[in-house]
Design a protein around this ligand. Structure first.
Ligand SMILES: Cc1cc2nc3c(=O)[nH]c(=O)nc-3n(C[C@H](O)[C@H](O)[C@H](O)COP(=O)(O)O)c2cc1C
Length: 185
């Protein structure tokens, strides 16, 4: 079982990374494989809203005109058995890098050509409120909405706070083990 973890944090030693690594530890302990990709290191432009109506080749072809890392990362999601989306909570919402990625993936997934390997794929969301600790549940609602619109089979979205990070890491390890040892429902 192969997992891909897309992180909207730029810090591989930060709180979002700790949460993502906990899930990955659970997955690997149960025999799965996975890697974490830090989206701020990737080239992901924001959507250009190409035509006058705001659509573009996303709607007509299921692909984006912008030649950056979106297509390659989308294909890596297609090749994986599980997709994990981890974000630091910014303004009670997704970080800019994950937002830019998912905004464009969501558009492409409206077209049949983009759906294989995405629609029905198991996914997990992690939202880490590492400042005051507020906004995790609001961010989780935002992440749930966009991942469901993409068509993922959303297993869980976990709000995490700086104050409960150790307990949530235990939970994420457990979730990782469970995911690695169960078939999609
Ligand atoms: C622009 C911005 C907005 C933020 N908004 C929130 C917030 O609404 N709630 C919160 O608890 N922390 C907030 N923070 C703090 C981040 O959640 C915290 O720095 C993050 O979890 C750290 O994750 P990292 O260590 O993976 O980078 C914000 C940080 C930034 C930069």
């Amino acid at each position: 079982m192969q997992a891909i973890i897309l992180s909207g944090s730029r810090n591989p030693a930060g709180q979002t990374a700790r949460a993502a690594q906990a899930l990955l530890a659970g997955l690997t302990a149960a025999g799965a494989q996975g890697e974490i990709i830090y989206l701020p290191e990737c080239a992901i432009e924001r959507c250009r809203q190409c035509d006058a109506a705001g659509w573009g080749t996303c709607r007509t072809a299921g692909s984006c005109v912008i030649a950056d890392d979106l297509a390659g990362l989308s294909d890596r999601i297609r090749q994986a058995d599980l997709a994990v989306f981890a974000t630091p909570v910014y303004w009670s919402d997704l970080s800019e890098s994950l937002r830019a990625f998912l905004d464009r993936l969501r558009r492409c997934c409206l077209h049949e050509a983009a759906k294989p390997g995405i629609v029905g794929k198991r996914a997990v969301g992690i939202c880490v409120a590492g400042g005051g600790g507020g906004g995790g549940p609001t961010c989780a609602v935002s992440l749930e909405r966009i991942l469901r619109t993409c068509g993922f089979d959303l297993v869980d979205v976990l709000p995490v706070r700086r104050q409960n990070l150790p307990a949530k890491c235990d939970e994420l390890q457990l979730l990782g083990r469970w995911l690695a040892t169960t078939e999609p429902a």
